[in-house]
Design a protein around this ligand. Sequence first.
Ligand code: PMP
Length: 353
Amino acid sequence: MSEFACGKINDIVPYVPGEQPRDRCYIKLNTNENPYYSSERARAYITERVLKDLRLYSDPGCGPLVRAIAQYYGVEEQNVLVTNGSDEALAFCFQAYAKDGVCFADVTYGFYDVFAHMYDCPAEHIALRDDFTIDPADYFAKGKTIVVAEPNAQTGIAMGADALRSIIANNPRNIVVVDQAYADFSVHNAIPLIKEFKNLVVVNTFSKSRSLAGARVGYVIADAALIADLNKVKYSFHPYNVNTVSMLLAKGAIEDDDYFKSTVAKIKAAREKLARGLKGMGFDVLPSSANFVLARTSAVDGGKLCGRLKSQGILVRHFPGGRIDDYVRITVGTDEEVCKLLETVKKITESAE
Ligand code: PMP
């Protein structure tokens, strides 16, 4: 640290992203990326002409993409805001709505805590039950902003449409932010609820189900008044927050619904194979509605399993020190990647016995 940084920057514990090593070719199951390439139809939008015209600023309103998203979900353009990854959308939400207090689960996406600290939002952690499920009643009438990931991050467990609706309905005077990074791998989506609930902010991403993590595009769908709030934050921070190339890739990805559906279906099938394979080796596997599973074995602890897999060329994620210290989080890859992972885990656990 330098002597010039302000107090906050000295104190803050930043978010630690999963590793993105470039030194060798790993089977990469550590950051919940999509194992399939981005849509070819989306890539076709990136013409020579588009590249030449990068001399111009990007469209600050992201018009073509906003229209494509609005059409896809049957909402109005005023209900949509496009952001630089959904992390930026979440940051805008914390800045706009969390200063008087925010609550979220004790096991969830680690960035919520970082944003709370960064933007001086008093945060309350609500413990998940022992089986890592959410008790929706714990979130009723909190008198503060609520952030939930549905399905939840790190566990992959979805609370379900009725539980989610009950949380939104029981906090009419507070904002409920629903982080849907993994919702396309689940069975329900909160977006239609924005017509009914003026306090609902639904945060989405192109990073997972639409194979565009590197393009950094997220979007918010909410009542027009909430989108206006978030636009105020955006235009006070970074008007050209999404670059032209990424905007066109995301537009192409949302238009290419067949590709989206076929890749999501493959990932869901591979998730079941992965969970079955791990259970067959005696692992506890949490029921996942996301593109990853959280699992543990008594044969070898989470940190060691993660390290041993890495030395065999497979990256998974371990979250040390908290309630999920025993577990590893494994992103669902292609069928071949899942087979390779299962084979390697079998060797590691057998040799540990
Ligand atoms: N929310 C959750 C629950 C996540 O796991 C992630 C990915 N790390 C994000 C949001 C952010 O994703 P992105 O910024 O790539 O859209």
